[in-house]
Design a protein around this ligand. Structure first.
Ligand code: FE2
Length: 280
């Protein structure tokens, strides 16, 4: 029997079913809906779309590293700039510091179970740097192109590890994750970084294409946790079903790794906390 850590290191991801009680999933989804209800979007709609990064490079997005910010689906607005449906069902995600600012998300992110999981994976140096509530609403939830999370959370050496929680069943029809076992044993293709003159760019490191044909759907029931290596290429399809696919994701990096200031996500590195630390 290999350990959890060995399985993760060889496969590049781990699926832990029944990691989160359904009640805890429901509490996070309700909290996110409450946060969205208090959001006044007029004046700063920001669209999250991985297939055209230039569109998301506005100041609202770039300043969201230490805030609770709201991002819309690309198809949320009509030609007149009005929302086509209610605000909540127009949102793509909320990010990127829910885990530090909101008490409900903070306590979920630093639960006893998370502390034990991080310990089992040997992540004793890791701190939480980013969190996202991802809605993937019915019919409107867009695709997320193949990417490696280390592209968006670049460290030297590579240390990014993600924890993705299925708050609802994630199936092919509603846009589950796709990845290949062992897919992380590859190079980092790109680095999404700030340009010195302002704005962002996708800096290409290796032009080798991803092996998309090797990727398989990671269909999981509500309450599952999928741990993702920062170099593991993964993607998700649009939600064409009538059911949302809400997920919460936390990303961690090693406190010992170098986190260049050119990364798009800016945090006061000295303020980053581990799974055990909390000021709540
Ligand atoms: Fe990702």
């Amino acid at each position: 029997m290999s350990t959890l850590s060995e399985q993760f290191q060889s496969q590049g991801y781990l699926v832990l079913e029944q990691f989160v009680p359904h009640k805890a999933c429901d509490i996070l989804m309700m909290r996110a809906e409450d946060l969205a209800a208090d959001f006044d979007y007029k004046g700063h709609p920001s669209v999250f779309q991985t297939s055209d990064q230039t569109k998301s490079s506005d100041d609202y997005f770039l300043d969201s590293g230490d805030k609770i910010s709201f991002f819309f689906e690309k198809d949320a607005f009509d030609e007149k700039g009005e929302l086509k449906q209610d605000l909540f069902h127009s949102l793509n995600k909320i990010g990127h510091a829910l885990h530090d600012i909101d008490p409900v998300f903070s306590s979920f992110s630093r639960s006893q179970e998370m502390q034990e999981l991080a310990f089992a994976l040997g992540l004793t140096d890791h701190v939480l740097i980013q969190s996202m509530m991802i809605f993937k609403h019915a019919k409107i939830g867009g695709k997320v192109d193949v990417h490696q999370d280390a592209t968006f959370l670049y460290t030297e050496p590579q240390s990014c590890i993600g924890f993705w929680f299925a708050l609802e069943d994630a199936m092919i029809e509603n846009g589950c994750l796709w990845a290949a076992a062992g897919g992380h044993q590859t190079s980092l293709r790109s680095w999404f970084k700030r340009k010195p003159e302002g704005g962002t760019e996708m800096h290409i490191i290796d032009e080798q294409p991803y092996n998309i044909n090797a990727m398989r759907p990671l269909e999981v029931p509500k309450g599952s946790c999928i741990i993702l290596h920062g170099l593991l290429p993964h993607y998700s399809l649009p939600n064409t079903s009538g059911k949302s696919r809400q997920a919460y994701a936390i990303h961690t990096i090693s406190r010992e790794a170098r986190y260049p200031s050119a990364n798009w996500l800016r945090r006061d590195l000295s303020s980053l906390k581990s799974f055990k630390e909390s000021d709540k």
